[in-house]
Design a binder for this molecule. Structure first.
Ligand SMILES: [Zn+2]
Length: 387
């Protein structure tokens, strides 16, 4: 039994299942022969909906052959025409002429062969050896590989390697117990802003026609546009287009999200140098004049200025009116935090206010309590100012 967690968002699948189906076929493949009948029996399947991401899914182990793409039929004129239309749109709209496309889970190359008529370099990966061989016999560039996190998708004979400009995945994701891992692997093997065409069966269709017999353990997940979009997003893709095809299939075009531009924080680095120098100059000047310095404001700004500049050593103390801070020490610099009245016991000549937003109010308090002889300074942006 697998952990009862959502295959996409990993939250617990707690609560009652949406539906419990008994006497269900254990799988759609590996059809029993006469000799298997004694062993074969129906299984019970619990269909859950994740309360976090909304994905509808079975809570059971996937079928043992979930990595293989076994397509029985489906290769009809309608299907070929649909793929041709999808390929044309995908290649034209996303400028993929002459580019490299990879199909993840290509079976024996049914849909890859349709791509042969288009001006792209196409290849495919498939997990089942016998299907890989059938694909090769058709002259397609297919090799045995499965897209899971960390895999580098490249042909063992070196004839093809990434990064790929686009990928294709036709009715494969709904079999996957780790769909996000699969999509992430593909994303890592794509160019920046690489695109993809994904189809999966539509849950909306199943619900519309109430076809409970559409549910099968082979399809461990049942996607809607919303849950598919969420899974793609988790894997680092944005959905650019959504379309319902063949009445029962969701088709989406995704693009790898751009990683965020690295922020320029050189101003912060510079401010540390500038402020450090100004405060060093201030401390030097006061020392030569035999004057003493206090800080007002035991907030994080005051603590950081005390611990990262000379004033942490030079100042006598930090004044703060909050009783719960008094009698304690500034972290890292260990300057004592004192009540305003402490000034009368141990007076200073200059007070540096570090309390953004309250500077004027504190300056008035200082004048009222300690008189006009105390020089008041404040840090505005990255400069010292006399108040
Ligand atoms: Zn979920």
């Amino acid at each position: 039994m697998r952990d009862r967690i959502c295959i996409v968002c990993k939250q617990a699948l707690d609560g009652e299942p949406l539906l419990t189906l008994d006497q269900m076929p254990a799988s759609a493949q590996d059809i029993p022969g006469q000799e298997d009948l004694a062993e074969d029996r129906g299984i019970c399947l619990n269909l859950h909906q994740c309360s976090c991401c909304g994905l509808v899914q079975f809570d059971c182990e996937p079928v043992p052959y979930y990595k293989d793409v076994i397509r029985s039929g489906g290769f009809t004129t309608t299907m070929v025409e649909l793929r041709q239309r999808q390929y044309r749109h995908f290649i034209d709209s996303y400028h993929l002429e002459g580019k490299k496309l990879i199909e993840a889970g290509c079976g024996q190359g049914e849909f890859l062969s349709v791509l042969s008529g288009f001006p792209v370099t196409a290849c495919g990966i498939e997990h089942r050896e016998s299907l890989v061989n059938l694909g090769k016999e058709k002259g397609l560039n297919v090799w045995k590989q499965f897209a899971e996190e960390g895999e580098i998708l490249k042909a063992p004979d070196g004839s093809m390697s990434g990064p790929y400009d686009g990928f294709l995945s036709f009715n494969y994701l709904e079999h996957q117990p780790d769909p996000v891992g699969m999509l992430r692997c593909i994303a890592e093997n794509l160019t920046d802003q690489g695109v993809g065409l994904i189809t999966v069966p539509s849950l909306e269709y199943i619900l519309k026609y109430d076809g409970y017999y559409e549910l099968i353990r082979d399809h461990i997940a049942y996607y809607t546009f919303d849950t598919l979009r969420f899974a793609a997003d988790q894997a680092g893709f944005e959905v650019l287009e959504e379309e319902m095809v063949n009445r029962d299939t969701l088709s989406v075009i995704v693009r790898k999200k751009k990683s965020p531009d690295r922020l320029d924080v050189s101003g912060l680095v510079q401010s540390r140098v500038i402020i450090g120098e100004e405060l060093k100059k201030l401390a030097g000047k006061l020392e030569s004049e035999g004057k003493r310095l206090g800080i007002w404001g035991a907030s994080h700004q005051g603590f950081t200025l005390a611990s990262t500049t000379v004033i942490g050593e030079f100042a006598r103390y930090i004044i703060d009116s909050a009783p719960f801070k008094q009698g304690r020490f500034a972290p890292a610099s260990h300057l004592p935090i004192v009540a305003p009245d402490y000034f009368h016991k141990d007076p200073v000549d200059v007070i540096l206010i570090v309390a953004p937003g309250y500077t004027e109010e504190i300056a008035r308090t200082i004048v009222e309590k300690f008189g006009w002889n105390v020089e008041i300074l404040a840090l505005k942006s990255n400069h010292l100012e006399r108040i």
